[in-house]
Design a protein around this ligand. Sequence first.
Ligand code: HEC
Length: 226
Amino acid sequence: MKGYQLLSISLVRKITITSATVIFLASCIEKDRKSVMGSLPDDSTYYQNPADSMVSFPKDWPESFGYGRTVLAEEISAWDIDVMPDGTGLPAGSGTVSEGSIIYKHKCTACHGVTGIEGPFDKLVGREPRNNFPFGKDYKYSSMRTIGNYWPYATTLFDYIRRAMPQNEPGSLTADEVYALSAYLLHLNEIVPSDAVMDLKTLPAIEMPARDRFVMDNRRGGREIR
Ligand code: HEC
């Protein structure tokens, strides 16, 4: 009984000494932190932007600094050129396969070849391997991907050519020229006949050969993957 009491007294002593040490060390650390923080302004002088907790700026800053001006509607529309898969965003205008072949000859052959397959840059024409679709399986097939065997929507052709091509002068083509080039490239890919006319109604109505190889990405930013 006595031995047990002695043991418990020494245990209590140990615990007391340990706790005192911990409290002492903690107060040293807090003192150190204060001496570092002391050189910074007090937190309350800063307004924390709720949209971005990493950004803070003084509370007394004005609403606006008087720089710049309101963007004009035509300036926004010059940038707002995206075309959706269903054709939303396509402009008025139209173009034929034969018009497209002339524009292609002048503005595209240098980089994509006379028939769209010679390069030196991306191959624009090719239906092979037809019903086979090996692209997702092996990286080596990526160089075979073309409008005819891979692109799921014809409307993307309009969007891409208008915003990015010709690469040395993007944005220089008119809507009619882009419709004509789309018609010509779709024809070379055996998707539309030689008398096809492309406009904001006919282009979205085309069913691309690879359309059903893709599904709409319906993830909402989480981990769900289809
Ligand atoms: C100065 C060279 C150059 C010219 C001229 C040019 N292109 Fe391109 N084009 C490229 C390059 C390089 C790429 C690949 C760009 C990339 O992957 O980022 C490309 C890609 C493309 C693609 C996408 C191919 C794919 O399957 O990914 C299309 C479509 C296209 N060009 C159409 C045209 C058309 C139509 C013209 C003529 C109006 C044209 N290009 C003129 C260099 C050029």
